[in-house]
Each structure stands twice: as structure tokens, then as C-alpha cells.
Design a protein around this ligand. Structure first.
Ligand code: NAD
Ligand code: UD1
Length: 328
């Protein structure tokens, strides 16, 4: 079976492609390399010993989509391509609405035209806004606090309408906080700019590239006052997509998280311990818009897909560091 993976050179997409190939799917990738590098394709081949078909280009290019659907009988589309930086989305909302929404609309249009019936979408825990209670279940109220999050919520709405009209099979996966990297050290995440997210920032402090981590607030209502999140190993997350594909049919929403909440200081301390490296940090003001705590109830994914995260925090911290050390 051939799977079209949009954004397959990116952080989560590349790990998912490896799992697809290991499960004997054939993979076609479209990626414009706006936030990734072509060498990812070679690394995927090195890890799996298998080939992928790669189209370099934009998902908003309808003629390229025509070419892809004509040249390949696509069984399902897994749609990762999009922009994801929250801060940038506040400064440049139109860039986010255009890329994230248009890419999805054009893909859905072409799937309809070529009779492709199965769609898996990368959504985010950000669609739960500021949850009233924890752990978060799929039927909790939805809201957003920034344009990036709004693109995800709008796309979820579009997908519901398309499901009602066209009876596509649609699975919406809401990711919590993916960290970690492939154990080979060949795939992972290491942004060029100053990172917005916690783990890439910690790694850059550990390697000496950045001086000191700012811990955004220690007066939250959590066990040590610092923000609590549900960190999930990217390989566990990737495996969730295989399970989603195996069970595709109808319209479904699943939280992909571990169900564990770890604080910023839990992460810093575990990272230092398992990698035997010091991480300088200082406590600073809260980051506007942050919430005390956010973690998933992922029992629905276990019940219906048989999926459960298996990798612990120590492995996540080790693999995140290993990737950057190996690719310095
Ligand atoms: P990423 O930036 O590493 O990967 C996205 C890939 O899509 C990149 O390779 C980029 O070059 C490509 N791309 C972007 N726009 C494109 C376009 N118009 N045409 C073709 N290629 C395009 O991001 P990621 O962390 O792998 O995230 C993948 C998806 O998961 C995104 O939709 C993101 O919003 C969602 N998500 C990510 C997180 C996270 O913390 N990483 C959390 C929740 C949801
Ligand atoms: C981010 C995204 C969110 C997305 C989620 C999952 C932002 C504002 N939100 O949220 O849309 O759904 O990832 O991928 O980017 N922290 C520090 N110092 C830092 C960086 C972070 O103390 O330099 C703290 C934060 O205050 C938070 C925790 O670390 O408590 C995690 O932050 P981050 O990695 O940015 O993830 P989220 O805030 O969960």
C-alpha cells in the first residue's frame, strides 16, 4: 500500500516514514524543505534499507499534486506539512493561515478528484486551549490562544464538514509534546534559530551553544511551581500513525500523549543526570499565554487503536542529546 506523507522530511514526518517502511508500506513524500533538509531522505534509507519516492515541492502546487496522484496509487495521506511556530504565527498570521489551510484544502480536493479515501491529520493539544481539568480527554471543549492553534482548529472543522459530505475516512491525531529522536542519531530535531520549545533549548545549553535556560515561572500550581507538560518520545508518536492507519474508517479523534506530566525542572534534572552534563538555568517571568499543566488521557487510543507510549523520560532525554551531539 502506498502512503503519501506530506512534510515527510520534517521532525515527526521523518520518524513516521521510518515506521511505515518498517511495516512494509510504500512511501511517497512531498516536502518543500522549508523547515527540513534533503539529507533526511538518505538517512531514512540508511535506517530502513528501503527506498522512498520523493517529490520536492509545495503542497499548495496543484499541478505537482496532480503529478503525484497520477504517478502513484495512493491509499492514504498523512498530512504533516505546515508551519508550527506559535510566536511567529502571532507576528505573521497570514503566512500561517495561507500555508496550513491552503495545503489542506488542495490536498483534500485532489484526494477527492483521484478517489483517495483515507486521511490522517497532525493536530495538537493546543486545540484544548486552557483546559478546566486534567487529564485531557478528546471530548473536552476546544479553543485556541494563537493563530497557529486556530489553523489546527479550523482544519479540524473543515475535516468534519468534508467527512459529512464526502465520507472520507479521517483520523485526527492530537499530539502532546514530542521530544527525543531516532536511536540511530540519524533523525531528530535541532532548529537553527533560537528554539522556542523546551527540549531543543536545553540541548543547546548543554552543548554550550546557548548560555542559560530561562525557566518561565516557578509559581504555577504544580509540584515544584514550574510548568507541567506531557512529553512523548517521537518514535512512540510515529508508531501511533501506523495504528491509526491500520484502524482507519469513519471520523475519529485521538490524543497521543503518555498521560504523565513532567515539570520543567523534572526535565532539566533528568536530562542532566542521564547525559551527565550540566544545564545552567535561571528562573524568569512567566511566558505570556502559558498554562500551569497539560497532560493527556490517551486511553481512547489504547482502547480503539491498541496504541500506548512505551518510552520513558530518560530515553527521551538521552535520544534528544545523542542526535545533536552526533550532528554537531
Ligand atoms: P516540521 O517543521 O519539522 O515538519 C514539517 C515539514 O513540512 C517540514 O519538513 C517542512 O519543510 C514541510 N512543509 C511545510 N509547509 C509545506 C508545504 N506547504 N509544502 C510542502 N512541505 C511543507 O514540524 P513537525 O514538528 O514535524 O510537525 C509536523 C506536524 O505536526 C505539523 O503540522 C505540526 O503543526 C504538528 N504538530 C507538531 C508538534 C510539535 O511539537 N512538533 C505538536 C503538535 C502538532
Ligand atoms: C508548545 C506550543 C503548543 C504546542 C505544544 C506541543 C508554544 C507557546 N506552544 O507548547 O502550541 O501544541 O508545544 O508541541 O510554543 N519553557 C521554559 N523555557 C523555555 C521554553 C519552555 O521554561 O525556554 C517551559 C514552558 O513555560 C512550558 C514548558 O517549558 O511550561 C514546555 O514549553 P514548550 O516546549 O514551549 O511547549 P508548550 O508550552 O507545551
Amino acid at each position: 500500500m502506498k502512503i503519501l506523507v506530506t512534510g515527510g522530511c520534517g521532525y515527526i514526518g521523518s520518524h513516521t516514514v521510518v515506521e511505515l517502511l518498517n511495516n512494509n508500506y510504500e512511501v511517497v513524500i512531498i516536502d518543500n524543505l522549508s523547515n527540513s533538509k534533503k539529507e533526511v531522505i538518505d538517512n531514512i534509507k540508511r535506517i530502513t534499507g528501503k527506498d522512498v519516492t520523493f517529490y520536492e515541492g509545495n503542497v499548495q502546487d496543484k499541478s505537482l499534486l496532480d503529478k503525484i496522484f497520477k504517478e502513484n496509487k495512493i491509499y492514504a495521506v498523512i498530512h504533516f506539512a505546515g508551519f508550527k511556530a506559535v510566536g511567529e504565527s502571532v507576528r505573521e498570521p497570514l503566512k500561517y493561515y495561507e500555508n496550513n489551510l491552503d495545503s489542506t484544502l488542495y490536498l483534500l480536493e485532489k484526494m477527492k478528484e483521484y478517489g483517495c479515501k483515507n486521511f490522517i491529520f497532525s493536530s495538537s493539544a493546543t486545540v484544548y486551549g486552557k483546559p478546566d481539568k486534567l487529564p485531557i480527554k478528546e471530548d473536552f471543549p476546544l479553543s485556541t490562544t494563537n493563530p497557529y492553534g486556530t489553523t489546527k482548529l479550523m482544519i479540524e472543522g473543515i475535516l468534519k464538514d468534508v467527512y459529512n459530505a464526502d465520507k472520507l475516512n479521517i483520523t485526527i491525531l492530537r499530539y502532546f509534546n514530542p521530544i527525543g529522536a531516532h536511536e540511530s542519531g540519524l533523525l531528530g530535531e535541532n532548529p537553527n534559530d533560537i528554539p522556542n520549545n523546551l527540549m531543543p533549548y536545553i540541548v543547546k545549553v548543554a552543548t554550550g551553544e546557548l548560555e542559560c535556560l530561562s525557566v518561565f515561572g516557578n509559581d504555577y500550581d504544580t509540584h515544584d511551581g514550574t510548568g507541567v507538560r506531557d512529553y512523548i518520545h517521537v518514535v512512540d508518536l510515529a508508531k501511533g500513525h501506523i495504528k491509526a492507519l491500520e484502524h482507519i474508517g469513519g471520523l475519529h479523534y485521538y490524543n497521543l500523549g503518555t498521560g504523565n506530566g513532567y515539570s520543567v525542572l523534572d526535565i532539566v534534572n533528568t536530562f542532566s543526570k542521564v547525559n551527565n552534563v550540566k544545564v545552567n538555568y535561571k528562573i524568569t517571568d512567566r511566558r505570556p499565554g502559558d498554562i500551569d499543566a497539560c497532560y493527556a488521557d490517551s486511553s481512547l487510543a489504547f482502547k480503539e487503536l491498541g496504541w500506548k507510549a512505551t518510552k520513558g523520560l530518560e530515553e527521551m532525554c538521552k535520544d534528544s542529546y545523542n542526535y545533536v551531539i552526533k550532528n554537531k
